[in-house]
Design a protein around this ligand. Structure first.
Ligand SMILES: [Zn+2]
Length: 302
């Protein structure tokens, strides 16, 4: 239902969807790249500053000696007089011990790297396994782009919710609420992208019908009365097995051989036969579309 609606939209809007699809896909990719690369670059720059011993410190003007001093405690580094910092400000910033202990900094980098690597692996696996990396239609490309955008935003926000030193409890709760909204957007866009993907067609075999004879490869069978076609075999007066994959064939053989035992266990094993009247001479295709088998005329005989 949804799939056919999306296919209709695709056909109706056609080329005008192409631009929207391309733009959404590129923006989605750019956001994913940003979410992975920006924190990596941040770690490298922090590491470079750390290596040369650069620290982030508070500084202020001393009212007594008029010099600029680094705030390491309550007194001026130059004249030793009190700087008059209110105790609430001192409590909030906890002066005098550097901005962040070195071990915490190294642990934070490691923690971030694990998070970034996890996000990157899940992203690449999801794009690869679902086929989202190569969208088949413009409308699918559009929704894949939007879902990459939602996923990138979710990754970025999760970094803030779960990160070390990325904010207080209130801002984390707020970001977590935004995460829920992005998860909803991700689920909707992914479902639409999946529905917009055309079902893959496999041509199982081509049967050439000439008068009262059906030919499959080098084998031929005379057609008599009804013509039955399944992806397992073509049945006329004779049975011609279709070329099945080895594993596929083994599964079919196993199921049929153990049909009684499987039925006793509550499973139904049936051989399904589709009837198709071959009224005209020509070439017919047996098509496997998703889980449906159908037959269509490929060419009529000249
Ligand atoms: Zn001073």
């Amino acid at each position: 239902m949804l799939a056919s609606l999306l296919a209709t939209i695709e056909q109706g809007l056609g080329p005008s969807l192409a631009t929207a699809g391309n733009v959404a896909f590129l923006i989605g990719l750019a956001v994913l790249a940003y979410v992975v690369l920006a924190p990596l670059i941040g770690i490298v720059v922090e590491w470079q500053a750390d290596r040369i011993g650069m620290e982030r410190e508070w500084i202020m003007h001393c009212d007594t000696c008029r010099k600029t001093t680094v705030v390491t405690g309550s007194a001026c580094q130059h004249c030793g007089q009190s700087l008059g910092i209110p105790w609430t400000v001192r409590l909030q910033h906890y002066f005098g011990h550097g901005s962040e202990p070195h071990w915490l900094r190294v642990f934070r980098w490691f923690y971030m790297l694990v998070g970034i690597a996890g996000f990157a692996i899940v992203t690449v696996a999801a794009l690869g396994f679902t086929g989202a990396w190569s969208p088949q239609t413009n409308i699918e490309k559009l929704f894949v782009g939007l879902s990459m955008l939602a996923w990138g935003g979710l990754g970025w926000l999760l970094g803030r919710v779960l990160g070390i030193g990325t904010g207080g409890p209130i801002s984390r709760i707020r970001d977590a609420v935004f995460c829920l909204a992005l998860i909803a957007a991700l689920l909707i866009t992914t479902a639409l992208a999946t529905a917009a993907r055309p079902v893959e067609e496999t041509i199982v075999a081509r049967v050439t019908v000439d008068g009262q004879v059906a030919q499959l490869g080098s084998k031929a069978t005379a057609l008599a009365g009804y013509r039955h076609v399944t992806p397992l075999a073509v049945i006329g007066t004779q049975r011609i097995d279709l070329p099945l994959g080895e594993r596929e064939g083994d599964i079919a053989a196993f199921l049929w051989k153990h049909a009684n035992a499987l039925t006793a266990r509550g499973l139904a094993v049936r051989k399904r036969t589709d009837q198709f009247a071959v009224t005209q001479s020509g070439i017919y295709e047996i098509v496997l579309r998703g889980h449906e088998i159908s037959i269509r005329q490929y060419a009529s005989s000249s």
